[in-house]
Design a protein around this ligand. Sequence first.
Ligand code: C5P
Length: 294
Amino acid sequence: MEKIALDSYAKVNLYLAVLNRRKDGYHSIKTVFERIGLSDKIILQSRQDQKIKIICSSRQVPKDQTNLAYRSAKLLQDNFKVARGVSIKIIKNIPVGAGLGGGSSNAAAVLSGLNQLWKLKLSQNKLAELAGRIGSDVPFFIYNTSFAQAQGRGEKIKPLKALERIKLWHLLVVPELHVSTPLIYRKWDEFNQKAGLTTPAYNVKILTLALKSKNPLLMRKFLFNALEEVTLKLYPEVIRVKEKLICLGAKATLMSGSGPAVFALISSGKEAVSLCNQLKKEFRFWQVFAVRTC
Ligand code: C5P
């Protein structure tokens, strides 16, 4: 086997509570990830030389050592003394730097794919441990699960098996903005020290029950993202996205990760697709998708 193609899915956070700033500069969080049916394609081609090459037509994707997919291949090469190299082709559909975990998902796909291509025989737990060294959001994508709870800085994963059969529909909107995750966490520190930020009065267990109930009113009540308040303060365009979604009749809206992507809970696929087409016509500078849990 010299070549392998993988789907690399995006995520949204249905819940994200920031607990505190750690000594290492990261923040302890509690989050719930949902994998969604918006994906990049990753094609790995083994090389006889030891080079790692990134091929991607998107100008927003770095082609050098800073690319998380590159770093994943290098980590495996160095740790397991692999004498081969790899060409990594990334066909990009997931908006870059949007809070949808695209780069992290690509990194996880490279770790899983090279485990096969290079016959490393690494366990899922070992891959997840290596993934955590690449980035906080990477381990989630190692597990083949639609929903998972995460703790630590986001790297400690517990798949939520109770939600296995749940399929949610979302309208996903990504305004044309670049939001830096470190900046949003820094501002969270600042705002939290000054005035105190909203903390959720419930936990992941309650959110899980709400999702299982499929009751939109309950779901709306328990969706939460502590970083949303911060990003909304800095980027009013994200408020406009939320207002527009509510105006269209969305039951609930929430920003994903540090943003700027915002998703809405929609009752059916038909409604999600129809609203998606409507929004695409009206807002040329927003990327809009109708997506489902996958
Ligand atoms: O882990 P990752 O490299 O994706 O994190 C990017 C940056 O986001 C970190 O350098 C840190 O500034 C911030 N971060 C954080 N707490 C987390 C996750 C990320 O402060 N739990």
